[in-house]
Design a protein around this ligand. Structure first.
Ligand code: ZN
Length: 323
């Protein structure tokens, strides 16, 4: 056998077969082909192979366009190690392999959210579901609320969050979590509107943060526990380069305390980094300082604009460590 240093890569057609592509009704095919090539660090021929293998695209006179989520999932599960999604997620989850003490201390974040109302007809007030951190020992300071305007607005604040080790106690709740993890749903980037249809997502064998939390909260309630889903933000996501929707379940445990279960982050950490057992355990009941929860419940929008437009407001967060 000749000496080979190159790793045997999964062919793109096989990667495509392993992905649940976003169905037409939830898909936004707006990413041009050259950006798709950049994201996957691949050639035009590779894109050809992917389209032949089922990658949905929209053909316009100026070329083919793709859904960003589909490209993310192809990259994440390509095993090629140098696609943008693999590099981004690996960077993002490096912390999960370190000792968790650093995640339990108070930490301040420069929290900025850009609100955009597409096809906005007129100036109107904004509603934004802001950070809700005081219940868990956090604090919000220097708040700039969005003023009435047309088209776009911004919310900014310095948000301090802290961590605490409060693991889930109830054996029944822990078993429900374990069953979910053992079921082997595959984490994918999924549009928020599709995640609200959590039964559809799970019927495809897939999962994502909001869908997982809605699914698990339903199971907790079926077991007689009080449980709700909260949306929020995962901090330090590469200058907002990766729009990773965050959600977790809030459940009242046998000790009467409200615990947060961040099941999808436990799954992602297990997949993306080594030695993440301690972090995964933290996701099951405890809180940590890289998450900012909002006042929005799991299936509610983070913002709306009073202009009467039917298009949902786009919410883009950039959460960076404060000096
Ligand atoms: Zn508007």
């Amino acid at each position: 056998m000749p000496h080979r240093t190159e790793v045997a890569h999964t062919p793109w057609a096989e990667v495509a077969e392993s992905i649940e592509f976003v169905p037409d009704e939830y898909s936004h095919r707006t990413l041009p082909e050259f950006s798709a090539q950049e994201m996957l660090a691949c050639s035009q021929e590779d894109i050809e192979l992917l389209v032949d293998a089922g990658l949905p695209c929209e053909r316009r006179p100026e070329g083919r366009f793709f859904d960003t989520n589909d490209l993310y999932n192809l990259g994440m599960y390509s095993g090629k190690t140098r696609t943008q999604p693999e590099l981004a997620f690996r960077m993002l989850f490096r912390f999960a392999g370190r000792p968790v003490d650093g995640l339990l201390r108070p930490k301040s974040w420069n929290f900025r959210v850009a609100l955009e109302c597409p096809e906005c007809p007129e100036a109107a007030p904004w509603h934004f579901e802001g950070p809700d951190v005081a219940r868990f020992g956090g604090d919000v300071a220097g708040v700039t609320v969005p003023e009435a305007s047309q088209g776009s607005a911004e919310y900014a604040a310095t948000v301090t969050v802290t961590g605490a080790r409060t693991p889930l106690q109830s054996a029944e709740l822990r078993n429900t979590v374990r069953d979910y993890l053992d079921a082997g749903y595959r984490w994918q980037m999924i549009p928020v509107a599709m995640q609200f249809d959590y039964e559809l997502v799970h019927s495809l064998g897939a999962t994502s943060c909001i869908a997982a939390s809605l699914f698990l909260a339903e199971r907790f309630r079926a077991a007689g526990y009080q449980a709700n889903v909260r949306r929020g933000w995962f901090c330090g996501v590469l200058g907002g380069a990766l729009d990773l929707p965050h959600a977790c379940v809030e459940v009242t445990d046998d000790d009467g305390r409200v615990k947060t279960v961040d099941i999808a982050k436990a799954q992602l950490a297990a997949r993306l980094a080594k030695n993440t057992g301690e972090f995964q355990e933290l996701c099951i009941g405890s809180i940590y300082n890289k998450v900012i929860l909002s006042t929005a419940s799991g299936d509610a929008p983070l913002s709306y604009h009073g202009c009467g437009s039917q298009s949902p407001v786009q919410v883009r967060a950039d959460v960076q460590p404060a000096r």
